[in-house]
Write a protein of this length. Structure first.
Length: 201
């Protein structure tokens, strides 16, 4: 049986809404653990934010985003260039699961998996609501045009200079439509953040 996170994004039907005869869209009608593989994958809006390299402070556990992308991310399309084999190629690629979403407190606040897991509805620009994949970029959610480069172009200590705050913020005017709902992936990379004494070494 194919698990939700193993379904290729190319197989996702646009604007997949509610099961036949249901009055609510699937993300409000059922928990994430009960979603089909297609429903689970369609929650991903393709913004690319989770595919930005992140640095984690070993002492505090705090995670900081950078504007450097995973080497598999196409910064123009905001899609993984080898989605099916991403975990084989990128050893620290995190595969989202219904059970693991609640534990990943570093997911962007705009992330549909996080929103649905918190019992909130999807925003107006999400493709499942708008029916248009282009609405994500139009709302300023995607990483397109904001990426400094691929992780292959930077050393570990250089990443510290690329820490940014925008991936964990809502763009102006993009928050409309998020509200309480019925509680209910993409890969993402994370790196250890160098300690102060290491940076000086």
């Amino acid at each position: 049986m194919t698990s939700p996170e193993d379904t290729p994004r190319d197989d996702i039907a646009p604007a997949a809404l509610a099961p036949d005869g249901a009055s609510l869209p699937f993300w409000r009608a059922k928990p994430m653990s009960a979603m089909s593989a297609t429903e689970w994958e369609s929650l991903c809006d393709g913004c690319g934010r989770c595919c930005l390299v992140k640095l984690e402070d070993e002492d505090t556990g705090q995670v900081a985003y950078t504007d450097v992308a995973c080497r598999l991310l196409d910064a123009d399309t905001c899609r993984c260039s080898d989605y099916e084999r991403r975990s084989e190629i990128v050893s620290d690629c995190v595969r989202l699961t219904p059970e693991g979403v609640a534990e990943l407190n570093w997911l962007p606040p705009t992330c549909a998996y996080r929103l649905v897991g918190e019992g909130k509805d999807l925003p107006f620009w999400h493709p499942l609501v708008s029916g248009d994949a282009g609405s994500v970029a139009a709302a300023g959610i995607t990483v397109s045009g904001k990426v400094a480069g691929s992780e292959n172009e930077f050393g570990l200590f250089e990443l510290v200079d690329h820490i940014v705050a925008w991936p964990v913020r809502w763009p102006r005017g993009a928050k409309g439509g998020v509200k309480a709902g019925t509680k209910g992936a993409p890969g993402t990379t994370r790196r250890r953040r160098p300690k102060a004494d290491e940076q000086k070494a």
